[in-house]
Design a protein around this ligand. Structure first.
Ligand SMILES: [Zn+2]
Length: 68
């Protein structure tokens, strides 16, 4: 899992959960999640699940490793 530093919140609009995943914003294309932020976005557990559900590129997302 691409872990995210503690203290970073989910980038989904209206969500203040702690982020567990970081992705580039273009991975969100086609999902229903509205994101606040720029190139890097962070997702909490719930929104990451939601993203996986709404994306057909599930396998690609699973392979993402953020190298920050
Ligand atoms: Zn969230």
């Amino acid at each position: 899992m691409g872990k995210v530093s503690k203290g970073i919140n989910c980038s989904a609009k209206g969500c203040s959960e702690s982020a567990v995943k970081s992705l580039s914003k273009n991975k969100l294309v086609g999902s229903d999640i509205e994101i606040v932020g720029e190139r890097r976005i962070y997702l909490c557990k719930n929104h990451y699940k939601e993203l996986k559900k709404s994306s057909k590129k599930e396998d690609d997302i699973e392979r993402i490793r953020w190298k920050g």
